[in-house]
Design a protein around this ligand. Structure first.
Ligand code: SF4
Ligand code: SF4
Length: 140
């Protein structure tokens, strides 16, 4: 590019508004079809396990507390999720979805990326179980 043309571009850009957005101070609504954080409706879940069976990233685990009573907890690891929506497609009972407005998922540690979905008391049971795992090994 010749210097004269470049100078013209520079001068014009001095009087134009910047194209960049003032994120995070100004935000635009995300497109409706954006694939953000996974959503789960435990009341519809049958515990069939098709969702975690076909997840290519091993990002979800369905934990059964009581299948007869339909007590399930879905453990979701966002740090592993590729947002492919395979699990959503697989679920025949429309328990799963991808929220279009939950996409600001950055964090400084991995902990916030593991989310437990389910009824509050069931999530509590599972979180406590992971915090205090039982071992079958005899004490030495
Ligand atoms: S969106 Fe894809 S990667 Fe994420 S949990 Fe579902 S199947 Fe797994
Ligand atoms: S595929 Fe749907 S119904 Fe089956 S375990 Fe997963 S969320 Fe539940």
């Amino acid at each position: 590019m010749k210097f004269g043309a470049m100078l013209g571009d520079i001068t014009r850009s001095l009087f134009r508004k910047p194209f960049t957005e003032k994120y995070p101070f100004e935000k635009h609504a995300a497109p409706d079809r954006l694939r953000g954080q996974l959503t789960y409706h435990p009341e519809k879940c049958t515990g069939c396990g098709l969702c975690n069976k076909d997840c290519p990233s091993d990002a979800i685990e369905l934990i059964t507390i009581d299948k007869k009573a339909k007590r399930f907890v879905l453990r979701y690891d966002m740090a592993r999720c590729t947002f492919c929506a395979q699990c959503v497609q697989n679920c025949r009972f429309e328990c799963l979805g991808m929220s279009h407005d939950q996409w600001e998922l950055a964090a400084l540690t991995r902990e916030p990326f593991t989310v437990y979905y389910g009824k509050d008391e069931d999530v509590q049971t599972i979180v406590e179980r992971f915090a205090h795992p039982k071992t079958d090994e005899p004490a030495q």
